[in-house]
Design a protein around this ligand. Structure first.
Ligand code: ADP
Ligand code: ADP
Length: 231
């Protein structure tokens, strides 16, 4: 029940600059939507409005049957993964993973079993007692992914999550994220995804559909084959 809908969404920044011009977008439950477009076209602004990290100047964002415009990030049923991982530097990996659950007041048992499950899936069991500064980029990004996954959100938001990784790691993380998305679908808890990237390979290989933005407008929404394969 977590379709994501944007209805006539606009963003005007404090300095008067209109970054997003009345966009409409439907991301179906369990769909992997990739957001592409040149730097400055408002991909990040759009994602941050969905996340609740930026106010919505006009229009509506709906997640499931709820209008989330006035909800804080923690109440939106979303989890976000950032390019710079955004791990808490003073907390060990296991604490980073379980932070969201602790805030929600989860029991020790739940925290333990969720941490076990998620670290197994992402193969980070060996890293649980390290601090973020003791992780490589690829390891840190797996922890960041784990921190999102452990909350079992209905909507995952990714802001260029692989941009800081080298080409080989990017390729393996692409597969990892796609597999994870399939796995959640197979387990009957489909995750709705909005994934911002400027990498065409990521867009083509990961997206069920691709949304192309330019200057704060949506130019086109199409599946990868339609968009990239020229006859
Ligand atoms: P993208 O993610 O596609 O690179 P952004 O969403 O970061 O684009 O930015 C969209 C536009 O909004 C850009 O022109 C950017 O300069 C502008 N912008 C971003 N943040 C602010 C802000 N806090 N105040 C004013 N303008 C901003
Ligand atoms: P939780 O504690 O369950 O993670 P939060 O309200 O802290 O819920 O955050 C929801 C999502 O938004 C999280 O993925 C979090 O990383 C992100 N987030 C919240 N506040 C900020 C912020 N100030 N800057 C960047 N990301 C944030």
């Amino acid at each position: 029940m977590a379709e994501l809908q944007l209805r006539s969404v606009e963003k005007t920044y404090g300095n008067g600059f209109k970054a997003v011009h009345g966009i409409n977008l439907d991301v179906k439950e369990g769909e992997f939507m990739v957001l592409v477009g040149p730097s400055g076209c408002a991909k990040s602004t759009t994602l941050r409005m969905i996340a609740g990290l930026e106010t919505i100047s006009c229009g509506e964002v709906r997640i499931g049957d709820q209008i989330v415009n006035d909800l804080v990030p923690g109440k939106r049923g979303i989890a976000m993964v950032f390019q710079n991982y955004a791990l808490y530097p003073h907390m060990k990996v296991h604490r980073n993973l379980s932070f969201g659950l602790r805030l929600r007041g989860a029991s020790r048992q739940t925290i333990q079993s969720s941490t076990d499950t998620v670290s197994g899936i992402l193969e980070i069991e060996e890293l649980l007692d390290r601090l973020p500064k003791q992780l490589s980029g690829g390891q840190a990004q797996r922890v960041a992914l784990g921190r999102a996954l452990i909350k079992q959100p209905e909507v995952f938001l990714f802001d260029e999550p692989l941009s800081n990784l080298d080409a080989k790691l990017r390729a393996s993380m692409r597969v990892r994220i796609t597999d994870l998305h399939k796995r959640l679908r197979d387990e009957g808890r489909p995750a709705t995804v909005v994934y911002v990237t400027h990498d065409q390979v990521e867009a083509m290989t990961m997206g069920d559909r691709i949304c192309v933005m330019k200057d704060g407008h949506i130019m086109q929404v199409a599946d990868p084959v339609t968009l990239y394969e020229r006859p």
